[in-house]
Every structure is written in C-alpha cells, then in structure tokens.
Ligand binder design. Structure first.
Ligand SMILES: C[S@@+](CC[C@H](N)C(=O)[O-])C[C@H]1O[C@@H](n2cnc3c(N)ncnc32)[C@H](O)[C@@H]1O
Length: 234
C-alpha cells in the first residue's frame, strides 16, 4: 500500500482526471501504479525498456520502448504518466523532449521524480537489505541521472513549451512492519537490474530482518508525501 486508502483515492483520482481517457505510462515497471490509475478510468499504453509487469491491467497494452526514443507519432498521445523513472535515465533531457513531442495539444503530463518509501529505522532496514543483496552480487538498478530536483525538471519542461499547472501533492501516514518492508523490497521486480536471478532474495531478507534487532511484526508510523508535476501541452 502506497498511501492510506483515502489519500490513495485522492491521488489516483486526481491523476486519472488529469490524464484523461487514454494515456502513455513511461517506465511502467511492475505496473502497480498504473493499475491504480487505470482502475479510475484511464486506458494505458505501458512502455518500459524491460517487461517487469507483475499485475495485469485490463485494456492496457505493453510496448518495449525507451523514453528517449518513443515510437509514437508527434502529437498522438492524450496524456503521459511517468513516475520514479527519470533518475534512471542519463539522457533525461531527451526523454522530456520526447514527452513534449508525443503529447497531443491539450494533453497533460503527470511526472513524479519519486518519494522516499521509508524513514528512520525502516529506511535503515531497507538500505541494509539492498547493501546485503549488492554484496551477494544482486545490485539494485543504479540511479544515473544528474538531476538537481523538480525545479530543474519544471524549467526544462517550460523551455520545451509546456505549460505548468498546479502540482498534485498528497500526504498520509501508514503503519508498516519491518517484515512488510523486507517483503516489499523482495517482491518488487523493477528495483533490480534486469537479467538477475533474484531467487536468493527471500532468504537474504530473512537474515537481514533477523539481524536488525527490530520487532518484525510491530507496525511503525511512516509519513509519506507523493508529489507530481503537472504540465499541459498548449
Ligand atoms: C523504479 S522503477 C518505477 C516503475 C513504476 N513507474 C513505478 O513507479 O512503480 C523505474 C523503471 O524505469 C524503467 N526505465 C529505466 N530506463 C528507462 C528508459 N530509458 N525508458 C523507459 N523506462 C526506463 C526501468 O526499467 C524501471 O521499470
């Protein structure tokens, strides 16, 4: 769960309203996020450089494509959703130019650079897990892009001729146990480099959880804020 139910409803409902009836999801990964928005009325074309899909989204299609070379005609896409992807793309300026190119007049872009999943002891736990996995030869997908933050992205989008609208920001607090953190780290495929055998992750997760000293099933409050930039094609 990304947010408490009421906050999630607000976030995904607002994103669906911004994107319109059909939209492109760039770097869709597992598809969990697109599935939530699709359930609120958006028919998605999912794209990614790898097929990491872990959920089926009725009515959606999937195409292997890089954000830096979208196989779409200019002005042909009603809306674009891209979340937690740009930091993974060294040529992020090319990706933004591609988004501006494919958006139809009046179409909207909903872009999030990402959000911290955990704070405090749970953040240390997830970092310890990823460190152990890396030592065991299973590195996470590297963050490569030289991006200073959302303001730089917003300035680039404005330079590309897109028009800024009010951002979407939704906050909430979840109760999450250490065991749930490890289960999430193990389960979500798109956090890892492609082509790795992730079969050893569950036992690595058990080891890290046991050695953390945290009570595995005691929920810990976790504040979360999810923020999207919204831009419109003129
Ligand atoms: C952290 S995951 C985010 C997945 C999903 N958007 C979400 O928020 O749950 C980053 C995704 O970006 C994808 N990606 C990396 N480079 C890409 C590129 N050049 N074009 C499209 N997707 C890319 C990865 O394959 C991965 O699925």
């Amino acid at each position: 769960m990304m947010l408490p139910a009421e906050a999630a409803e607000l976030l995904f409902g607002r994103l669906a309203a911004c994107l319109g009836p059909s939209a492109l999801d760039i770097g869709s990964g597992s598809g969990f996020l697109a599935a939530e928005i699709a359930a609120r009325g958006v028919r998605f074309e999912l794209t990614d450089v790898e097929d990491w899909r872990q959920v089926s989204i009725p009515g959606s299609t999937f195409t292997v494509a890089s954000a830096t070379a979208l196989p779409h005609a200019s002005g042909s896409v009603g809306g674009v959703h891209i979340a937690r992807v740009l930091f993974h793309i060294a040529e992020w300026r090319t990706a933004l130019a591609e988004i501006a190119r494919v958006l139809a007049p009046g179409g909207r872009l909903c872009l999030s650079l990402g959000w911290p999943l955990y704070t405090g002891a749970l953040r240390e736990l997830s970092n310890a897990f990823y460190d152990r996995a890396s030592e065991a030869g299973l590195p996470r997908d590297d963050v490569r892009a030289d991006i200073s933050g959302p303001d730089q992205i917003a300035a680039s989008l404005t330079d590309l001729g897109l028009i800024a609208e009010d951002p979407i920001e939704v906050s909430g607090s979840l109760m999450i146990t250490p065991r749930e953190v490890i289960a999430d780290c193990v389960a979500v495929a798109d956090r890892w480099r492609p082509g790795q055998d992730r079969g050893s992750l569950p036992s690595l997760g058990d080891d890290v959880l046991a050695s953390s000293g945290l009570p595995a099933d005691t929920p810990v409050p976790q504040p979360r804020t999810i923020r999207y930039l919204i831009f419109r094609h003129p």
